[in-house]
Design a protein around this ligand. Sequence first.
Ligand SMILES: [Zn+2]
Ligand SMILES: [Zn+2]
Length: 242
Amino acid sequence: MNPKRFDELVEVCQAIDFETPASWLTRTALRQGTSVRHIAEHLGWPVVGDLDLLFPSMYPFGLPKGVAAIARLEIARRVMAGFKQTGISPDRLLLNERKRSCYRFCPLCLESDRTPHIRIHWRFACFIHCPLHNCLLEDACPHCQAKIRLPLSLLHAGPTGKGIAELDACRRCAGSLADGEPQLLRPSASDSNDWEKARLGNGRAVLSALYHGWFRVEGQTAVRSLKALRSVDQNGLIPRRA
Ligand SMILES: [Zn+2]
Ligand SMILES: [Zn+2]
């Protein structure tokens, strides 16, 4: 990936911390007034396949120096590199729909974004609540139930094919994804909720482990490698929501 290829783009979006490569590519294609395929080909990025998952193989030793536009995709790159190390099947932990990358979202995060963008943790089946807003993540558009699938050429998205301007709008109906009532979590003293709380915490802990490359089991001092996450998953301790 020659940094020059980035320079040749007239207006490149700046990636945002935690943003996924697929989200950045989607925004950049719109800014350039073209398709994601065209931009991906220009950058030498894959035009088919799971871009988030392929990203650490494209940049195994880190992102290229001097390319400020994508420097903040480093968090996503590290998380996905960590995920590959676990050996857990992508089908178990990554959200997909019709072989396309799929994401949940927090309506309150999208509402407060200056530049709406999709976070890498929203791709994981185990990450089911937003710690910033203490609400459950949403699976689909509150208006038409379409899911977020990326990358996507926003130029021709929306109900009339005339395009949508931002990632906080539904790709199918163009309605705001921030509409609808957030499902706030309420504190409760019951045992079952303690269990649920622990499982929610585990979902977040998995993402932290993927980023750092190691984890500890609560109450133990030994540091475990990411490969050990497979047995944590097999014991049902990594949460999922259908
Ligand atoms: Zn949020
Ligand atoms: Zn919709």
